[in-house]
Design a protein around this ligand. Sequence first.
Ligand SMILES: [Zn+2]
Length: 292
Amino acid sequence: MKNIPLPSSKRILTQLFCILSFFVAVNQSIAQEYKIKTIVIDAGHGGKDGTTRGAYSTEKEVALRTALRLGKTIEAKIPNTKVIYTRTDDTFIPLYERIALANKESADIFISIHCNDMPLVAKRVIASYTKNKAGKRIPVYKTTYTKNTNVKGTETFVSGSGRLDEQDEAIKRENASIFLEDNYEENYAGFGKDDVESQILLSIMKNAYRVQSLNLASLIQDEYVKVGRINRGVQEKSLAVLARAGMPAVLTEIGFLSNPAEEDYLNSESGQEEVVNCLLQAILAYKAKVEI
Ligand SMILES: [Zn+2]
């Protein structure tokens, strides 16, 4: 039998100490106080991007009014919260710039506000009659476009799995500081940037954003339901505006401009107040869930 030298007790102790300090470091970084400090509010569309309209109002106007009102309400009701708007007037802002701003400002939440619309459906109808060479009466068709104006309700989207790779890139590049901070080497016991453990941390972080985004989205839908709005649910979708977000990000459709009653509601003082209050209550509920 080969005589295998037993590891010295000193060596075992040193190894144990290393393992322990790693877990202490990780726990400390998890247990650090977490507060939602910055909220980016994105009014959908703007400028040349704004063709969606109801009978008398446009999506870009209604979204902007709601976004500005939400921002003011957050500032009034949630002290110590910084509100950043992607636009405060009728300006065209490319989608990637909206999320780049949120990433740059290390926002804790990104909320994009939109109004829904039903697609136009083409239909061939008889416009008039004419006679052919044989003198027979034949119809003249024309194409008309109609919308289903009955559909109504609210829905909230989070970035779907189709764009998770882009999120990886976003987290690595834009939000590298999240886990590649100055003291990264200390906190994570010298793990390199590209090794397996870092990739695991990255995927945990990505999933955390997905889970948190879904969480915030359901809280928003819950609030809409409480005030009697139709619930079209939370959906995952490949949305460019959310795909590169390095934070929980949602896109909420506050109602259909193609539905006359909802267009009136979204343009009314009481409707605006109700929608904004739903979003505020959802943010407060989300804060209560995630803040440490
Ligand atoms: Zn939109």
